[in-house]
Design a protein around this ligand. Structure first.
Ligand code: A2P
Length: 275
């Protein structure tokens, strides 16, 4: 998986098309979309028009909560492939541990997500999914999934919110032990100033001749965590990709890892309550 990918959450149709086209042009080979982002057709069009050979691109999409369950998950995968105009995706994720229409504490959530996962393994066997994984799963969701005898292809990835204000230490350790790669979203705190303008981030940026966004991306990359910064701005796409060529020192990592726990903040969905 290329370590820096382009996130496309909330980048709808035409904007999604333009963003993916521009990103591939400046050197991105990894694009992350989802059925719920409603831009798969636009992303697919931009990929086709780029003329970059398919095997040089890494494309991720995700199963929507409304499509969870037996008889629905595999059909949703096929719909996504058709929207994208592709024969396969490099990574297919169950987007969220709960199914639409169920309360978070409903035990049916677990049943639906296991049914989905087991059904999606057919996509792996058929070559439609190169890597199957999950997103927003907590330790207990992973533990139950791995304990299910019908799970023959353990998840290769868990894509979660992860940055210095929400470092996910326990989840990362759990995933490492089970050979599941953690991939970060919201590395830039969705562009909010709590993270990009945090004094530790800005002072590190000044010290190392980097931008605050690059500091946040390096924090993840130097811990082996691939990132998916989202932007529709071509200059920022390049800035974010160039994080690959920067370097934080041990003391910078130490400072970023030592942020005040009372200021911890999560910017996206919280799956904690999902059964
Ligand atoms: P924009 O699309 O206007 O560039 P995240 O990946 O954490 O969800 O953050 C995405 C947000 O961060 C978007 O609002 C995006 O705004 C902004 N963003 C992306 N790259 C940068 C950057 N290099 N510097 C500052 N803000 C950025």
């Amino acid at each position: 998986m290329p370590a820096v990918g382009l996130g496309t959450f909330q980048v709808k149709e035409q904007a999604g098309y333009e963003a993916v086209k521009a990103a591939i042009k400046v050197g991105y080979t990894h694009i992350d979309t989802a059925s719920v982002y409603r831009n798969e057709a636009a992303v697919g069009r931009a990929i086709h028009e780029s003329n970059v050979p398919r095997h040089e691109l890494f494309l991720t999409t995700k199963l929507a909560p409304k499509d969870q369950g037996a008889g629905k998950a595999y059909a949703s995968l096929c719909r996504s492939l058709s929207e994208l105009g592709l024969d396969y995706v490099d990574l297919y994720l169950i987007h969220w541990p709960a199914a639409s229409g169920l309360k978070h504490d409903d035990p049916l959530n677990r049943i639906r997500r296991h049914e989905s996962y087991v059904e999606l393994q057919q996509g792996v066997r058929e070559g439609k999914i190169k890597n199957l994984g999950v997103s927003n799963f907590e330790i207990r969701h992973l533990t139950a999934l791995l304990a299910d005898p019908a799970v023959t292809h353990p998840p290769s990835v868990n894509q979660v919110e992860c940055h210095p204000l929400y470092p996910q230490i326990q989840l990362r350790e759990h995933c490492r032990k089970h050979g599941i790669l953690i991939q970060a979203y919201s590395s830039l705190g969705q562009g909010k100033q709590d993270l990009l303008a945090h004094p530790v981030v800005t002072s590190t940026a000044t010290k190392r001749g980097m931008t605050p966004a690059q500091v946040l991306l390096r924090w993840a990359l130097q811990q082996g965590i691939p990132v998916l910064p989202k932007t529709t701005n071509t200059m920022r796409m390049t800035e974010n990709l160039e994080a690959l060529n920067k370097e934080l020192q041990d003391e910078d990592m130490h400072a970023l890892n030592g942020l005040d726990e009372s200021s911890y903040r999560k910017f996206a969905w919280d799956p904690w309550q999902v059964f």
